[in-house]
Design a protein around this ligand. Sequence first.
Ligand SMILES: Nc1ncnc2c1ncn2[C@@H]1O[C@H](COP(=O)(O)OP(=O)(O)OP(=O)(O)O)[C@@H](O)[C@H]1O
Length: 211
Amino acid sequence: MAVSSLAAEGLACQRGGRIVVPALSFKVEAGSALILRGPNGAGKTTLLRTIAGYLPAESGRVAVTDDKGQGTGEGHFHYIGHTNGIKPRLTVIENVSFWQSFYSGAEDVEAAENALEAFDLLDLAEYRAGHLSQGQARRLGLARLLAAKRAVWLLDEPSVSLDTASTRRLETAIRDHLAQGGIALVSTHLDLALGDAATVLELKPGRAFAA
Ligand SMILES: Nc1ncnc2c1ncn2[C@@H]1O[C@H](COP(=O)(O)OP(=O)(O)OP(=O)(O)O)[C@@H](O)[C@H]1O
């Protein structure tokens, strides 16, 4: 389902009982990306995990607007964190099929192969996922973004372990997603080439205080 915007309204985020992101308000429209920047510990992961619903907000809310009105975004999010969520005993293509079933309840072989192709993994489709290198495993983790479509991508340091060519593939995937009306929130220390559709939100360090 398409979404028209994601908005944070007075959203403060906590970790271990301490507020690490003070109340923030921003809006990301369909077709746009928000790049989260800031030094280690500034709260980028905390903010993304709070938006995804994996951490409770200290205050404020996240509002995602779709054709049914406003909601929390449940069902619209793809969250890719620091781990790749790979099942090591399954093959590469079996991992992608598993995610498709998980996210949409149905497998789609053509979409799975296209997702692997986009991240240059098609030659490794029958390879056991537990044997992948770090960068290959990261690419497999990212392939789920394309194998099962969701409108809002929440990506925490998605380029970690990627070589230059793979980083270009990631940038292409994000730009295509935005061109199709998607939304992306991306924490990164790199200058990803996402074009004019991306704006930057700088998180300040040392703002943690007791909740
Ligand atoms: N489980 C936890 N319990 C308590 N504090 C935590 C926990 N996880 C993270 N923190 C603290 O929350 C703050 C924000 O951490 P967070 O991981 O969100 O930062 P980040 O901007 O993503 O950093 P990095 O660039 O290093 O990934 C840090 O001060 C960190 O020490």
